[in-house]
Design a protein around this ligand. Structure first.
Ligand code: IPD
Ligand code: CA
Ligand code: CA
Ligand code: CA
Length: 257
């Protein structure tokens, strides 16, 4: 199954690559939340292929998400372009994110950046790979030596109460080597899996943003949890991922009292 999914994912990636420097039809879902004709087209093509090859498996995809899908059944989570803002501005951190879950548990995850030609893959209990080579998390043991990835919800420009996000960011900035906001939650998790980031945290994400990256990070030896340190499920508002070694310290620094 994984090879078929990789081929499907690459088909979506080719469309992103072909349109990367082209003029786009850009619309707004809200003030800074963008969507392009390419997001819709990639989603359409990938869904058609999935439906053709796996007709009995439901698909939860960003641009056509339905609320009434029974998630106990096998399901694909698809983000056709994770990093739409990057895509619109020509910043090459964009990816197709595809995951296969059974009974709320990840079986397969893949994140494909066609611009940087990086394909991250993972299968349950089989490890994580970048372009076929095994990857693992960093060995950084101290928060102050760590590079942390993060992101912010689009609603930040409309909300009057962003204090918690700013305070948490400030606390991480003051207690780490640096913070990066690269603009793709799926790739942020993969870059933690690859050992580039030592940790990552964000709030307000959807299942299609993190479903694939979560299994890739876990299979690379990392840790993914809620802000309380317990199992992360898609209903949690905050996600924390790390190399495992700095996990408690990261949670501790995010959780300001
Ligand atoms: C977004 C990206 C971004 C994150 C946003 C997401 P999209 O997804 O993952 O890094 O900070 O919250 O919504 O809209 O580009 O698919
Ligand atoms: Ca996304
Ligand atoms: Ca998207
Ligand atoms: Ca989006």
């Amino acid at each position: 199954m994984i090879l078929d999914l990789i081929n499907i994912c690459k088909k979506g990636g080719e469309i992103i690559k072909d349109n990367f420097d082209k003029k786009l039809d850009v619309n707004k879902k809200s003030t800074i939340d963008l969507v392009t004709d390419v997001d819709y087209f990639v989603e359409k093509v990938v869904k058609e292929e999935l439906n053709k090859q796996f007709p009995s498996i439901e698909i939860i995809a960003e641009e056509s998400a339905l609320d009434n899908i029974e998630k106990e059944k096998p399901v694909f989570y698809l983000d056709p372009i994770d990093g739409t803002t990057n895509f619109v501005h020509g910043f090459p951190f964009v990816a197709v994110s595809l995951a296969y879950y059974v009974k709320n548990s990840a079986e397969i995850g893949m994140v494909y950046n066609p611009i940087m030609e990086e394909l991250f893959t993972a299968e349950k209990s089989k490890g994580a790979f970048l372009n076929g080579k095994a990857i693992k998390v960093s060995s950084t043991g101290k928060m102050i030596n760590s590079l942390i990835g993060t992101g912010f919800p689009y609603s930040i420009v409309e909300s009057e109460n962003n204090e918690i996000i700013i305070q948490r960011l400030r606390n991480i900035l003051e207690n780490s080597r640096g913070v990066r906001r690269a603009g793709s939650a799926a790739l942020d998790l993969c870059y933690t899996a690859k050992g580039v980031f030592d940790g990552y945290y964000e709030s307000g994400l959807n299942p299609w943003d993190v479903a694939a990256g979560k299994i890739i990070l876990e299979e690379a030896g990392g840790c993914v949890s809620s802000l309380g340190g317990g199992e992360y499920d898609f209903s949690e508002s905050w996600i924390v991922g790390s190399n495992g070694l700095i996990h408690d310290a990261l949670i501790n620094k995010i959780n300001i009292s």
